[in-house]
Every structure is written in structure tokens, then in C-alpha cells.
Design a protein around this ligand. Structure first.
Ligand code: IPM
Ligand code: MN
Length: 357
């Protein structure tokens, strides 16, 4: 018999509620690992605003190298109030370093209405099930830290390249092909007003020509905001520029019970890391109140990425079943009844129980 498969994963707990969430995800990952018998070597590293405050860097160069050498990475949310750069933007964030540094160009944000979750829309569980693919290395965010101006004016530049759009569009079409959805990709842009986003649409269409089996659709971003609220059932995969994806993924999250339930993956051709789409909620940090589902589903996305598809599916089924049979109950703001640690224990137990059947 060959040796059991094993994967090396860098884990960064982050700031605020990050450590509690990551501990919860590690407990559930461990349950899945134990049940399905694969190896997971966890390399814990520091990163974020706490580290920035004490050392002046958000991530040590050795930690960045460790992420590059690992099979994948998972991080908790980062950022702390008051930790700011001289220009007023947040310091201690890792997006600029990791998304660009790892060339993780596809920010994959599944939006799925889970059973037992109270959502502001009338949809039933499973009816909302789409993925926002946010371009992650250019667009308006390319200006991060580089805005130009004077004391009287300030400009950020929205830059879109052919290579950047081609690869993220291809990612979206491939994803639609793999999913059991409507085999449809919606390009969200503002091609009616901005030349950069008209270009985005043109390149998207060129790539789409090579996927004749996938339906192509275009929506202006403002119309998309309305459609994501009024008829979210009709979406399968959506692809869009970085800044639009930032905004619309929070909007999508709100329609399925809040971003506390929403995982994400930052995926490139060589490297990938996984994280919740929300922030570090320092106001409730350390109080055992935070909802760990976003982090746990991010861990599931990571497992899928490193080839542990059964383990990923097992974790998702555990989350679904615990919510459905009310073993895991979420309050109006998504806070788990009984606390973060209790939610983690419940979900780890559900993983073990489902695996045994
Ligand atoms: C996200 C976050 C980040 C972003 C912040 C923390 C910089 O909101 O991942 O969506 O704007 O990309
Ligand atoms: Mn965001």
C-alpha cells in the first residue's frame, strides 16, 4: 500500500475574531482528516495588523516563502481599528501582499443559501447557489497604496489588462463547466460608461467564444445589484472586475444570511489561499460569539483545491445537516447559539457522524 496522502498547509490566525474562527476550522479539518485518513501538516504563521503593530510588517518574508512552498494556505480575517498607513488606508492587511504576491488572480466567492438560515429573501435553501469570481490582481485595486494627487485632489486608476481578463474569464468558464449549475457565466461590468469595463466585456466575449457549451450573459453592475436581490436563483457563475466584485460579493452574502457564512478562495495557477470574506470584527473578539461557518467553509474550499474533494463535501454536508436539524442555530446577526467553540464541536461531531455512515 502506498503511504497516506499528505498536504502541507500554512495557517494564519489573523486579528480580532480570526484566532477563534481558525481554531474552529482546525477542529473541523482535523475531524475530516481523521475520518477520511489523509495527512495535514499545519504550519502556523503570524500575519496581520497585530504583527504590523509590533514589527512594522504584516507578514514576515519567511512566512510568505512558506506559503509559496505549501500546498495551500488558510487565513483568518485581519485588520485592527487604528492601525493605519499615513494616507489613511488600513495597515496590516494581507490582500495586497498575498493576492498580488501569489498572483492569485481568481477570487472565488460562492454564495449559497444554507438550510435553516434566515435570509431576507423568500428563497428556499439551495435555490440561491452561485459563485462570484472577482478579478483579484488588477482593476481599481491595482492602485492600492499608489493613489496620486495633491492636498486638493486624489486619483486611483482602474486598469484592466488583456491577460488579466483572459485568465479570470477562463477560470469562470471552466468553473461553470465543472459545476452542476445552469452552465452560464454572467459578465458584470459597466461597459456603458467606462472604457476599461467595455474592454473587460470584449475580452470576456472573446474567451467565451471558445466555450460554446457555456451560456454567456452580460449585466451592468447596477442592474446586477438589483438582480442579485430580486432573482438570485438565475445565476450560476459571475465574473467581474476587482472593486465590483468586492461590493457585489458582500451584497450576495447579505442575501444568504450575512457574510459571516461566506467563504472564499484566492486562486492562481501556482498558489492559493482561503479566507472568509468578512473582516476581523474586533468589537466581539475573544468573546466566543463569532460565527465560524465562513472560516469552516473556506477550509472546505481549500480541501477541494488540494484534491480532497470527499473531505470538502463531507464538511459541507456537516454544515448543512447541523443547520437543518437545528444542532447549529444562528441568531439574527449570525451569532451561533452556545458560542463559537460549541459550534465547532457540533460541526466536528457532525463530520465524524456523517463519515461513519
Ligand atoms: C475582501 C475585503 C478586503 C478587500 C479588505 C479587507 C481590504 O473586504 O476580501 O473583500 O477589500 O478586498
Ligand atoms: Mn470585501
Amino acid at each position: 500500500m502506498s503511504a497516506a496522502r499528505s498536504h502541507r498547509v500554512v495557517v494564519i490566525k489573523g486579528d480580532g475574531i480570526g484566532p477563534e474562527l481558525v481554531d474552529a476550522a482546525l477542529e473541523v479539518l482535523d475531524a475530516a482528516r481523521g475520518a477520511l485518513g489523509f495527512g495535514l501538516e499545519i504550519d502556523l504563521r503570524e500575519g496581520g495588523a497585530g504583527l504590523y503593530r509590533k514589527s512594522g510588517v504584516s507578514l514576515a518574508p519567511e512566512s510568505f516563502e512558506a506559503i509559496k512552498a505549501a500546498d495551500a494556505a488558510m487565513k483568518g480575517p485581519v485588520g485592527l481599528p487604528g492601525v493605519r498607513l499615513p494616507d489613511g488606508t488600513e495597515a496590516g492587511l494581507l490582500g495586497g501582499i498575498l493576492r498580488i504576491g501569489l498572483d492569485a488572480y481568481a477570487n472565488v466567492r460562492p454564495v449559497r443559501l444554507l438550510p435553516g438560515v434566515e435570509a431576507p429573501l423568500k428563497a428556499k435553501a439551495g435555490e440561491i447557489d452561485y459563485v462570484i469570481v472577482r478579478e483579484n490582481t488588477e482593476g481599481l485595486y491595482l492602485s492600492r497604496g499608489k493613489g496620486v494627487g495633491t492636498s486638493e485632489a486624489m486619483a486611483d486608476t482602474l486598469l484592466v489588462t488583456r491577460k488579466g481578463v483572459e485568465r479570470v474569464a477562463r477560470y469562470a468558464f471552466e468553473l461553470a463547466r465543472r459545476r452542476n449549475g445552469a452552465k452560464q457565466v454572467t459578465c458584470v461590468d459597466k461597459a456603458n460608461v467606462l472604457a476599461s469595463l467595455a474592454f473587460f466585456r470584449r475580452v470576456f466575449d472573446e474567451v467565451g467564444e471558445t466555450y460554446p457549451d457555456i451560456r454567456r450573459e452580460h449585466l451592468y453592475a447596477d442592474a446586477a445589484a438589483q438582480a442579485l436581490v430580486l432573482e438570485p436563483q438565475r445565476f450560476d457563475v459571475l465574473v467581474m472586475e476587482n472593486f465590483l466584485g468586492d461590493i457585489l460579493s458582500d451584497l450576495g452574502g447579505a442575501t444568504v444570511g450575512g457574510i459571516g457564512l461566506c467563504p472564499s478562495g484566492n486562486i492562481g495557477d501556482k498558489h492559493a489561499y482561503f479566507e472568509p470574506i468578512h473582516g476581523s470584527a474586533p468589537d466581539i473578539a475573544g468573546q466566543d460569539k463569532a460565527n465560524p461557518v465562513s472560516q469552516i467553509l473556506s477550509a472546505a474550499l481549500m480541501l477541494e483545491h488540494i484534491g480532497e474533494r470527499d473531505a470538502a463535501a463531507l464538511i459541507r454536508r456537516a454544515v448543512d445537516s447541523a443547520l437543518k436539524n437545528k444542532k447549529l442555530i444562528l441568531g439574527p446577526f449570525g451569532q451561533p447559539e452556545g458560542g463559537t467553540r460549541h459550534a465547532a464541536e457540533t460541526l466536528a461531531a457532525a463530520v465524524r457522524q456523517l463519515a461513519a455512515h
